[in-house]
Ligand binder design. Structure first.
Ligand SMILES: [Zn+2]
Length: 389
């Protein structure tokens, strides 16, 4: 599966909803739709962009809007703006799409939109084996409806969402460039994973398990990038489910699962797979995730489910209490990414080696008004203020 598409592929007609919200009706005739004009393309596609010239290039500029079909279920799709894509002509960068997917670029031959962006806090590129994913911008209203190309722009959208969240840490932060490998031929043995070495994220493109479309999976892996690029990375890697694991692994996996839920505002993790739907409920974790091994040891092995359940409870509690304490999402995010301080290593590591739940609790609760004891008790984690420095 090449990463560059010259003609949109035909696929079955999806259920399409329009998500762009309040759209300024373009002047002039109805918008063009760049896609096959068979039943697969939604029509009409209302562009959100107001143009100086009605719908056609004025000879100097090309103005239009770009969107992609985002999968939201096994058979459901929504049209979503392409945000932050880089527009190029040959090797020359000529512009980018804005938050509504609108672009206004010099009219040149062979303009393409690439799934890469220089964001506020990091650079990101979505690549297949053939290089950066791109799509021709041959018209003024451009719809990316080929599923793998659409997935590339959804992966870019995930990075844009993560970038926006990073302002809560420090507006001046810059992280290492991130590469996201995605395509039908990308089949990592782990399913989808983040590799600290190289700051690379791989998303499986296996038919039926196209993870670039599964926001929980995508944002979980991006959460690992956030820990690695802006916090402390101690995850030893390897397989994991909900079993008691090394504290550093349980912390990293639990944090990433909480992070994706926080960004989405939904307490679940859902991964569509060919033969099943893998699902976690952050609000109702199974009893098996509670406690540590050996019992009573704050440096003991624990489940990633304990970590994400506890983080979600701390966040959720704030929603119910609205007490204005630092357990709001931004405060938790700051404490979680800064587990061992920022820059990494500036706070002493306690308990098991590496960033883990004990370090997070010490950072969040010691010397602050945040109380975590009710939540730690409910999950059977042996926290006490005597563990503070
Ligand atoms: Zn993970």
């Amino acid at each position: 599966m090449p990463g560059i598409w010259h003609t949109p592929a035909v696929r079955r007609a999806p259920l399409v909803l329009w998500l762009l919200g309040a759209c300024a009706e373009p002047e002039g005739s109805s918008p063009d739709v760049l896609a096959d004009t068979s039943s697969a393309a939604p029509a009409p596609w209302p562009s959100p962009c107001v143009r100086a010239q009605p719908l056609t290039a004025d000879g100097q500029r090309l103005q239009g809007a770009m969107a992609y079909t985002k999968r939201v279920g096994a058979e459901s799709w929504v049209i979503t703006p392409v945000r932050g894509a880089t527009l190029v002509a040959g090797e020359q960068v000529v512009g980018a799409t804005d938050d509504r997917g609108c672009f206004d670029v010099p009219l040149l031959d062979g303009i393409r939109a690439e799934a890469r962006a220089a964001l506020s806090h990091f650079d990101v590129t979505v690549v297949s084996d053939a290089g950066a994913w791109s799509w021709p911008v041959a018209g003024v209203d451009v719809l990316v409806d080929e599923p793998y190309a659409a997935g590339a722009f959804n992966a870019l959208e995930g990075a844009v969402r993560v970038d926006l969240s990073l302002g809560a840490l420090d507006p001046d932060l810059r992280g290492a460039p991130l590469q996201i490998r995605w395509g039908e031929a990308v089949r990592p043995a782990c399913g989808s994973c983040f590799y600290f070495d190289g700051f690379t994220l791989e998303l499986t493109g296996q038919p039926g398990d196209e993870d670039a479309h599964d926001d929980p999976v995508l944002l979980h892996e991006l959460g690992h990038y956030v820990e690695a690029a802006f916090g402390t990375w101690s995850n030893p890697g390897g397989g994991h489910d909900l079993e008691p694991a090394a504290p550093a692994m349980a912390w990293s996996e639990g944090f990433a699962t909480w992070f994706q839920a926080w960004l989405r505002g939904q307490p679940d993790y859902t991964d569509l797979q060919p033969s099943r739907i893998y699902q976690l409920d952050l609000e109702a974790t199974p009893l098996i995730v509670n406690g540590v091994v050996p019992e009573g040891d704050p440096s003991g092995r624990l489940s990633e489910g304990l970590v994400y359940g506890l983080l979600w409870d701390l966040f959720d509690e704030r929603l119910e209490d609205d007490d204005g304490q630092s357990t709001d999402g931004d405060g938790l995010f700051r404490a979680a990414v800064g587990v061992l301080g920022h820059p990494p290593g500036s706070v002493a590591d306690a308990g098991a080696p590496g960033a883990d739940l004990l370090d997070f609790l010490r950072r969040l609760a010691c010397g602050s008004s945040v109380s975590v004891s009710a939540v730690t008790e409910s999950f059977g984690f042996p926290w006490s203020s005597s563990l503070c420095p």
